[in-house]
Design a protein around this ligand. Sequence first.
Ligand code: ADP
Length: 184
Amino acid sequence: MAKRLIFLGPPGAGKGTQAEIISENHQIPHISTGDILRAAVVQQTPLGKQAKDYMNRGELVPDVLILNLIQDRLGYEDAVNGWILDGFPRNVNQAAFLEELLAKLEQNADCVLNLEVPDEVLVSRLLARKRKDDNESTIRRRLEVYHQDTVPVIDFYQQRSTLKTIDGDRPPEEVTEQLCSAIV
Ligand code: ADP
């Protein structure tokens, strides 16, 4: 069974919700860069202080802050036998970094899962969620950044590994079912 999974998809696609379920089912850690950054902001760590304004504007946090974080996190003992990456990689530079890091760790991503949801649906889902960065202008900016920086990551994986696209515009249980059957 696949143990090293990358979840791709726009903000509001349901990556976090689905990753949590699959993480429990497979007993592998759910590594969400968004969750790690939000915790750093709350704790007012140096990382949090540097990341906060970017997050509130809906911009990506600079790669220099994210790459070390991922390198450290994949080195934890709980990540030796598997993981789900949610929110990383978010641009091609991050994807290339991950590829090199995994080669050094002698690991391979087993499966890249791409959750697809139309923009109009995403906007209404995110507005309903009411997280601090979920106001309309930030949401629009996050979607723009997604199309500009993250969509090229889909092509990156299409050329390299098993990328599977799942329709995320369905009830959560159906999405979970589709994901489970996509993870071989
Ligand atoms: P969403 O997918 O709903 O936008 P996330 O929790 O994944 O939410 O991310 C929230 C914010 O954290 C992003 O808008 C961005 O500012 C920052 N962030 C998360 N992951 C990354 C990453 N890999 N690279 C750069 N910034 C990131």
